[in-house]
Design a protein around this ligand. Structure first.
Ligand code: GLA
Length: 393
């Protein structure tokens, strides 16, 4: 069974260095990598000041950066997408288009935060599948942010990482125009290998806890299936869900749904808004329950929580789709301990907790089910819990 490979870090760093040299006829000063992520549980809870539990993937974006003395910014990709040329002073909301927005947006946001990034040449290349709900855009933002800071001579530190999380979120929300909640940038910059990252969005910037994920001791692996149904966070569905959550919080008289109690939800008159809020409130409870279950290696309980999370997203939050539902139900019937859709929804990926010996069989069963349903062939990857963004060359 072929899986989407993360690639070897030093080989990919060398490859992006070479692509930089071919594109710009010069050598990069820094190469940094930042991972994509798969969320274990806690979906659409981040912008409701809730809890999330993502894992950094071994798949990452690599950014090669060199400073320039003339204020010019050039952005190119080793994968696809047209290059961008502008100046560092002219970056900002509405000033960059297409995929380069994420890069230009980060350079702008770093300068807004007082980090003196000069003009730069940037080349990016990566192995995070694009548009698969695995945070390829956050990986892009975070790799560029870390490399640009190294070029600007700013030393890496926990405080810097917090600033980079904030800058990458600003790039995504204010420049790229995706009203996302911050989970993806936080895990890309703060994850620890072998762990999931519990993030509490109601407790200030540094509210993260490493949660041990003893998958191999449990004989388990995380199988991610990209349905190849493209999801885009700048489309209306994500923003509409966010608006419903804000409407629910306003109707309940609380600052965010984190403050809502399950027993209050019945007072919401609008049936759709009530279901959206029910998802968020119960999903936050499920994140806490998952952390407890992981602490006791109660994998069957984690599987049960995955199932409840998926049903909640399918029925109450309405962000699943036939391909995701089929990937999840097939994974479970083929032997997964649990499965659910992951990420923003409306396409993208599912994540399954699978006994190691059953991983190929589960992936094959999903392929067969997709072919039988007339769906596009999915692709799979193995999510070995990996570490945060780092300078690698
Ligand atoms: C996307 C967003 C995140 C989060 C998830 C849903 O990945 O970028 O901020 O809201 O969707 O959990």
């Amino acid at each position: 069974m072929p899986y989407v490979e993360p690639g070897d870090t030093s080989e990919l760093a060398a490859a992006v260095r070479k692509q930089f040299e071919q594109a710009y006829d010069d050598s990069p000063a820094v190469v940094a990598r930042a991972p994509g992520r798969v969320n274990l549980i806690g979906e659409h809870t981040d912008y409701n000041r809730g809890l999330v539990l993502p894992v950094a993937l071994p798949h990452a974006t690599y950014a090669a950066v060199a400073p320039r003395s003339d204020g010019v910014v050039r952005i190119a990709s080793g994968d696809s997408g047209s290059p961008f040329t502008g100046t560092i002073d002219a970056l900002g909301p509405g000033r960059v288009e297409g995929w380069a927005t994420y890069v230009g947006g980060v350079l702008w946001a770093l300068r807004e935060d007082g980090i003196d990034v000069p003009g730069v040449d940037v080349l990016v290349h990566g192995t995070v599948p694009l548009g698969a709900g695995l945070s390829s855009s956050a990986a892009l933002e975070c790799s560029v942010a870390l490399a640009a800071c190294a070029v600007a001579g700013v030393a890496d530190s926990p405080t810097l990482r917090q600033r980079l999380v904030a800058a990458c979120i600003r790039a995504e929300t204010e420049v790229a125009g995706a009203p996302t909640g911050g989970m993806d940038q936080t895990v890309s910059l703060l994850a620890s290998a072998g762990h999931a990252l519990l993030i509490d969005f109601d407790a200030g910037g540094d509210a993260t806890v490493d949660v041990s994920l003893p998958l191999s001791a449990g004989g388990l692996a995380l199988l991610v299936t990209d349905t190849r149904v493209q999801h885009a966070l700048v489309d209306g569905g994500y923003a509409a869900r966010r608006a419903d959550c804000e409407a629910a919080a306003a109707a309940l008289g609380v600052a965010s749904l984190r403050q809502a109690r399950r027993s209050d939800l019945a007072t919401l008159d609008d049936e759709r808004v009530r279901r959206r809020a029910t998802h968020v409130v119960t999903e936050i409870e499920r994140v806490s329950a998952t952390v407890s279950a992981l602490g006791g290696s109660e994998w069957d309980e984690v599987g049960r929580l995955f199932a409840a999370s998926h049903a909640s997203m399918r029925d109450d939050f309405e962000i699943s789709c036939p391909e995701l539902d089929l990937a999840v139900s097939t994974a479970v019937s083929a032997g997964a301990t649990g499965a659910r859709m992951t990420g923003g929804g409306f396409g993208g990926s599912s994540v399954a907790l699978v006994p190691v010996a059953r991983v190929d069989a589960v992936a094959n069963a999903i392929d067969t089910a997709f072919a039988g349903a007339g769906f596009r062939a999915p692709q799979h990857l193995l999510a070995e819990p990996s570490g945060a963004a780092a300078v690698v060359g």
